[in-house]
Design a protein around this ligand. Structure first.
Ligand code: FE2
Length: 337
């Protein structure tokens, strides 16, 4: 019991990175190795230190909570509540992934099959409204693979600015537009198979059109009751409050990964003036992102708090059962949506 009353400690995450003197990710151990539930002492510590922890997440990009005794979705929910993070419910989002809800703010990360690689992305950067933070909790680690890659978008911005300054300047001045095709009914075989009814929170085509018009989207109806929706021009670069710039956009996932029976990645993304992106700098950007990516190798019971405007995340393929749950917090709107 005396172990339990001691405060969580900062530890070095394995293969931890260091950017401009700051570690990535920052990691705390709660000293509670048995998964018998989140101890009250740790809840108290989280409550007392929530402002410091949120500040650290903003600075470092990600905080790993290991050995906090988390034993299920309710414990994960308690951790989020202790940090006083405002809920951004999945059902109100325009996310294109199919998910399952566990509590009001906890849902499955993505129901796509285990062989599907989910490319690096900022959660919902391709929609006008997006969460400030995303949290993950590992309820069961996979037998093989299944790490969550995370990547510092400010570091990526600096790197691509050096190698392809004109490309970055074009992204900054023109912004990006995204197109995706939503099915008439949820397609759990796809990483982006959420139906248009569920995505837009509507029952009829008329209501879908009203919602899209309000969001400044354009659209067309396709065979099989599918709906292609194109966003207004959205910013491709974001300046954080401390002045750092990040590639807060959905370029990598849309260009490399938005592929299923309905979607062709080559038509998923355009510059704001409708011109195509040049393949060469995009390839460099994607390669560089994966080069600087940190693989978060899950231990059952881990939770992580990620600043969504600073850090991208994805999913490595895996074998065996893997249950990683997610939660979204804070609501922000793009500058020129
Ligand atoms: Fe995601």
């Amino acid at each position: 019991m005396s172990e339990r009353s001691s405060e969580p400690k900062l530890v070095e995450a394995s293969n931890m990175q260091s950017w401009n003197g700051g570690v990535f990710p920052l990691a705390y151990t709660g000293g509670s190795r048995d998964s018998s539930g989140l101890p009250t002492a740790l809840v108290t510590w989280l409550v007392h230190n929530k402002e410091m922890l949120k500040q650290q997440a903003t600075e470092h990009g990600a905080i790993l909570f290991r050995d906090f005794g988390l034993a299920g979705p309710e414990d994960f929910d308690r951790l989020i509540a202790a940090l006083a993070i405002a809920n951004f419910p999945y059902r109100e989002s325009l996310s294109n992934a199919v998910r399952k809800n566990f509590t009001d703010r906890v849902f499955s990360a993505n129901e796509a099959p285990s062989s599907v690689k989910i490319y690096l992305h900022h959660e919902m950067a391709q929609t006008p409204v997006f969460p400030s933070v995303i949290l993950f909790y590992c309820d069961q680690a996979a037998e093989q693979g299944g790490a969550t890659p995370i990547c510092r978008s400010d570091v990526l911005y600096e790197s691509v600015l050096k190698s392809h300054p004109k490309f970055i300047q074009e992204l900054e001045s023109k912004g990006l537009k995204y197109s995706n095709v939503m099915p008439g009914v949820d397609d759990p075989e796809s990483g982006m198979g959420r139906s248009w009814q569920s995505t837009l929170g509507v029952q009829s085509k008329n209501a879908a059109e009203t919602r899209l018009a309000r969001l400044n989207y354009s659209w067309d109806w396709l065979a099989g009751d599918s709906l292609r929706a194109t966003t207004p021009v959205l910013p491709a670069v974001r300046t954080l409050v401390d002045g750092r710039k990040t590639l807060f956009n959905q370029l990598i996932a849309a260009y490399a990964g938005w592929s299923d029976d309905r979607n062709d990645p080559s038509s998923a993304i355009r510059l704001g003036d409708n011109t195509k992106l040049s393949a060469d700098p995009v390839r460099t950007l994607i390669d560089k992102a994966y080069e600087i990516t940190y693989d978060l190798v899950w231990q059952t019971g881990d939770a992580v708090l990620i600043d969504n405007t600073l850090v991208m995340h994805g999913r490595r393929p895996f074998e065996g059962e893997r249950r990683v749950l997610a939660s979204l917090g804070g609501k922000q709107t793009h500058a020129f949506a």
